[in-house]
Design a protein around this ligand. Sequence first.
Ligand code: GLV
Ligand code: MN
Ligand code: MN
Length: 414
Amino acid sequence: MIGAIAQRIDEARLWQRHMRMARHGATAAGGVDRQALSAAEFAAWRELIAWARALGLSPFTDEIGNLFLRYQSGDASSPPVLAGSHLDSQPTGGKFDGVYGVLAALEAVQCIIEARTELARPIEIVAWMNEEGSRFAPGMMGSSAFADATAMRSYLDVRDAQGVSVREGLAAAHAAFPDLLSRPLQRPAAAYFEAHIEQGPVLERERRTIGIVTGIQGKQTLRVSVRGEEAHAGTTPRAARKDALQAAVRMIAALDELTRDDTDVTRFTVGRLVVEPNAPSVVPARATFSIDVRHPDSATLARLGEAIAPLCATHALPCAATVERLTDAKSLTFPDSTRNLIANVARALHLPAMEIASAAGHDARYLHAVCPTGMIFVPCKGGVSHSEAESATAGDLAAGARVLAEVLVRSASA
Ligand code: GLV
Ligand code: MN
Ligand code: MN
């Protein structure tokens, strides 16, 4: 019967756990700054592991610092059903982006355990390493390396703004959790489900509690490094300057024009601009900026992506620019099997639901390449996310967890 596990979901417990997790990396404005492999994330790991151990789950990690909590049910040799999301946040992030998918999975598994439900295979709750890509770029390092271990090689030497590498961050994780078992990457999975706040306005506007996610729009991320020359701000005439910031400003304006479309579907963001030496009276010698460009049509995204490097080269002069592509992720559609399962469960639980495409990126993108994958969205206030103002209701979070719980039972019973 659909609903036996769902009715056990404890809305207050799920909410309290969100509030407890939000203390790790809490910002003064009520948000969260919890960077990948930081002390704040390790504190969140510690609390999550304690909750998991109390339920009899077995925590372990892997070479890229994903955290798994295994519920050993059914045939131990069968590939597990995975459910989770991420614990890292943007620097001015909220209390729900990522954390919700992990805590909803924990709540679901707790209810499955307490109901003594017989399953055919294990369930593993997972917190993927560095989904956001704000400390180390690109994002989704943990899930992409889980899907393709060769991706790991290019990640280890990536450094944050302070010069700390992913390799050093992983060593810090091992030092903080010396007893945590480490298992190999690329283990088989039977299925993956991720619950997440929508991060957009559609569900709230349409008054639906559950979003059955149809797919994820494509995204490219790039880094542009502009090299000019330091010079004195008072004595150096315009003709003699190689001002890296002015060149970056010309490039960004040209890219903004390139990505303008009448339908306002293309998403173009320069979220980071680093100027060196960043001194008021020195002509900037170096400017580095990020590009995040997204479009649901893969051909359009590819065309935009191809146009970026030549456009930057044109506007760089008299400076020089290097353009690196960090992510090239095409649009994807989740399979009918997982979408139908989520839709059927939502219907049986009498929750108002609709199909919705994800404009934001998620770890589910990479799991989609290795096993049947599905996503469940719940509304967030005003569609606001990647913001300290991010907000969701306890009732909506619990509703998504109810759907997830029933989906996990069905998926792990086969
Ligand atoms: C994920 O956080 C994204 O930027 O879409
Ligand atoms: Mn997220
Ligand atoms: Mn995010």
